[in-house]
Design a protein around this ligand. Structure first.
Ligand code: AMP
Length: 400
């Protein structure tokens, strides 16, 4: 089954075409700077393991034009992989917020699309562009089944005592204020992969899944299900991120507003876009922060310490709530590529049953065990693949 995975952002469409159930990638790409003077298209086609890259710079007026361009690329005689768009059986859409309504992958009926629209107030930056992507794809890929895969869905198993904030109950009942969590597609994929490498059934696997990308979150997984996670109502709390603060004293917001005189929009900008590693060091790129720290930049080293300390604190908390933890798994851009952050996040935890194998950590490539054989809790690096998981989910639902 040809399965197209689409992730529509406010000015971009990211896509990947899979042959399912094998999971072979036929092509992938990014259409970005939609609505700007000059758009950018990068399309990759894979034929027998060989990658061919095609790039274009041209204005892309709106998302509909972007989606039409995608359809044209897929069927292009030179760069395409299909004769006609009707060969696509499934379109899997990444949808950021599914609220309490969607604990599972769902066919995007008009009723479902209306509910996703209602949930836009919970994710005003993400759900509206996701909806545009769904509507445009429905127009272009008319014969395909459109399926929504929600970033919050995996965390719907979090128990009430963990997802409720100690706030007036009315705010939960009337306004939906609670922990939802994000990166669920990645944490779900990691859970399945980790169970396979541990050689355990998913439903008996206990993990701490550490997703460290530009956005970052950590999840406690018990018996294959998420029981807590560090992102909340929004993707702001928890770990230190590229540009987001992670956990702060919430009263800092009042202080900044009332005493410093920053308007609420400015504070929002600071917390989402000017904080995290960028706020501490001037860049959100961990590679640059590490390079600076290696050259003796004290502030860069401190930033790495703050970043790793927060991860360690959460690992301790999640070990406590899991009771038994089989493995800690590092994934995403930083988790897959930074031995330094992995080491700093778990060093000194030998007494807690986490013993790093330094050499394995330094040499890790792809899926790798990086703890000592004697370590009661295993530590792994497992590359995440959110697009493949969306394709898997869409295929599984269609095959039901
Ligand atoms: P993602 O959002 O998963 O694409 O991850 C992006 C983050 O991964 C950026 O902060 C990158 O700097 C970081 N990253 C990528 N490669 C490395 C590396 N070799 N060492 C440290 N950080 C890396």
């Amino acid at each position: 089954m040809k399965t197209l995975v689409i992730n529509t952002g406010s000015s971009s469409i990211k896509y990947q075409l899979f042959n399912m159930p094998d999971g072979d990638v036929l092509c992938s790409g990014l259409i970005e700077q939609i609505g700007e003077d000059q758009g950018h298209i990068k399309h990759k086609r894979y034929t027998k393991g060989i990658e061919e890259v095609h790039e274009e710079h041209a204005p892309i007026l709106h998302h509909q034009a972007g989606m039409n361009k995608l359809a044209a690329l897929l069927t292009d005689s030179k760069h395409g992989v299909l004769e006609k768009t009707s060969e696509i059986d499934l379109v899997g859409h990444r949808v950021v917020h599914g609220g309490e309504e969607f604990a599972n992958t769902t066919i995007l009926t008009s009723e479902v699309v209306k509910t996703v629209e209602k949930l836009s107030n919970l994710a005003p930056l993400h759900n509206p562009p996701n909806l545009i992507g769904i509507r445009m794809a429905q127009k272009v890929f008319t014969e395909a089944k459109q399926i929504g895969v929600f970033d919050t869905a995996f965390h719907q198993s979090i128990p009430e005592y963990a997802y409720k904030y100690a706030l007036p109950e009315k705010l939960y009942k009337e306004n939906g204020v609670r922990v939802y969590g994000f990166h669920g597609t990645s944490h779900r994929y990691i859970t399945k992969k980790a169970a396979a490498v541990l050689n355990k059934p998913v439903e008996e696997t206990n993990l701490i899944s550490v997703h460290l990308g530009n956005g970052a979150s950590i999840a406690a997984i018990k018996n294959g299900k998420s029981i807590d996670t560090s992102l909340g109502l929004t993707p702001l709390p928890g770990l230190v991120m590229g540009t987001r603060s992670g956990d702060i004293d919430p009263a800092i917001i009042f202080y900044l507003n009332e005493q410093v005189g920053l308007p609420i929009n400015e504070i929002k900008n600071v917390l989402y876009k000017e904080s995290g590693m960028k706020g501490l060091t001037g860049t959100n790129d961990l590679r640059i922060v590490e390079e600076k720290a290696e050259k003796g930049d004290k502030q860069a080293l401190l930033a790495l310490e703050i970043y790793a300390y927060r991860i360690k604190k959460y690992i301790g908390a999640y070990m406590a709530i899991n009771g038994r933890t089989d493995a800690i798994v590092f994934t995403a851009g930083v988790g897959e590529n930074s031995p330094t952050i992995r080491r700093m996040s778990i060093e000194g935890l030998d007494q807690c049953g986490i013993i790093l194998n330094h050499e394995a950590n330094l040499n890790a490539k792809g899926t790798a065990l990086i703890s000592e054989d004697a370590s009661p809790i295993k530590v792994y690096v497992i590359p995440t693949d959110e697009e493949l998981e969306i394709a898997n989910q869409a295929y599984a639902l269609a095959a039901e």
